[in-house]
Write a protein that binds this ligand. Structure first.
Ligand code: SAM
Ligand code: SF4
Length: 381
């Protein structure tokens, strides 16, 4: 049996300001970000995880947020050195940092690369200044283009651009224009998200006027075709990549791999002796740091839950069906330790609705199922 890949996710919880659509665990930065304290807290937190992953090698690292590019290059260097002292890290391993394209961040891209990050995920969102203002982003379209050029110059041949569509008052032409501009920058990977209105966001209480359902469907269809024409293969609901440029870190989530999750509000999933546990860290940055730095890092763990066996078919499918290629049946057994018979009932339900294609070699959504992902996953509840 192949070992379950193990990734590391590190959450950085501060941003210049809170965007009105964002429900991630991100907080407006204090006057001075307590960078040193936060890095020390992360390393203490990591230490408490080590006994649960002894002997396992790391597959990928992802520092996300929030806006981790607010870290100084020196701070990041110190963090990476701390990781290397505690975990065996291969220089060739995918190591991603989420970066915002503001001027303050761009100046540090070269330092991030020197520190050992080899993939940047840049949050562009749109190349239209008017849209960026409506989204209350702190960067302009010009700065976005500059950030991409600087990232390339710094050595990042591997990078992702985050783009959103279905923005307030957006026409198809505007959405496709944004995509075309992104494509012209030749990113190896593009994440193209439909803007969703999430509870607990400013947009939820003051909703912008969004394109209607038909317009959104047309945007998605034409946008996907444009991406395909330029060699970007859709391999997940919102992820497009040039050949062999898929995100190894995100793929590990979707293939129900393991991941350590450290940092305020971070989620983790670890398998030990066929028992799968999920963890979540306390969300509040100050509370998180206090717990880790006062010698009681276990207090930084808000929840730790063993996944019950009867929930595993749903949990696995919730992730794996997002992948366009689907998965080999053996992966299900390797990751859940359940026999394939535990999927039978769900597959029968999905068959009735023609949502899934399955044979001895592969299980994936049908083209019809691709439009009804939630319904397909619910067959396994
Ligand atoms: C962790 S978030 C933010 C990363 C980075 N701080 C930024 O804003 O550029 C990752 C991506 O999720 C997407 N995203 C966040 N909120 C969203 C929403 N409500 N609807 C659709 N996409 C969203 C954005 O494209 C964002 O870049
Ligand atoms: S979208 Fe990005 S920059 Fe905006 S609040 Fe969320 S994490 Fe921060």
């Amino acid at each position: 049996m192949t070992p379950i890949p193990l990734s590391l996710y590190i959450h950085f919880p501060w941003c210049v300001q809170k965007c009105p659509y964002c429900d991630f665990n991100s907080h407006k930065q204090p006057d001075i970000i307590p960078e040193d304290r936060y890095i020390q807290a992360l390393l203490r937190d990591l230490e408490q995880v080590l006994p649960s992953i002894w002997g396992r090698r790391l597959h990928t690292v992802f520092i996300g947020g929030g806006t981790p590019s607010l870290l100084s290059a020196e701070g990041l260097n110190q963090l990476i050195k701390g990781l290397q002292q505690r975990l065996p890290m291969r220089p060739s391993m995918e190591f991603t940092l989420e970066a915002n394209p503001g001027t303050f961040e761009q100046d540090k891209f070269s330092g991030f690369y020197q520190a050992g990050v080899n993939r940047l995920s840049i949050g562009i969102q749109s190349f239209a200044d008017q849209q960026l203002q409506k989204l209350k982003r702190v960067h302009s379209a010009d700065e976005a283009l500059k950030a991409i050029a600087i990232a390339k110059k710094a050595g990042f041949s591997n990078f992702n651009l985050d783009l959103m569509f279905g923005l307030s008052g957006q026409s198809i032409e505007e959405a496709l224009g944004d995509l075309q501009q992104a494509i012209d920058c030749q990113p190896p990977h593009l994440s193209w998200y439909q803007l969703t209105i999430e509870p607990n966001t400013l947009f939820y209480n003051q909703p912008p006027s969004l394109p209607n359902h038909d317009l959104l469907a047309d945007m998605h269809e034409q946008g996907s075709a444009l991406l395909a024409k330029h060699g970007y293969q859709q391999y997940e609901v919102s992820a497009f990549a040039q050949p062999k440029q898929t995100s190894q870190h995100n793929k590990n989530y979707w293939q129900f791999g393991d991941y350590i999750g450290i940092g305020a509000g971070a989620h983790g999933k670890i398998t030990q002796q066929q028992t799968i546990s999920r963890t979540m860290r306390v969300k509040h940055p100050e509370q998180y740091m206090q717990a880790c730095l006062s010698g009681q890092p276990d207090k930084a763990i808000a929840t730790q839950t063993e996944l019950a066996k009867d929930t595993l078919p749903f949990e696995f499918m919730l992730n794996a069906l997002r992948l366009k290629e689907g998965f080999q049946p053996s992966l299900y057994t390797e990751r859940t330790f359940l026999s394939l018979s535990s999927l039978e009932q769900g597959l029968e339900k999905a068959d009735e609705k023609q949502l899934i294609i399955h044979n001895n070699e592969n299980i994936s959504l049908s083209s019809h199922g691709w439009n009804f992902l939630d319904e397909a996953v619910e067959c396994f509840l």
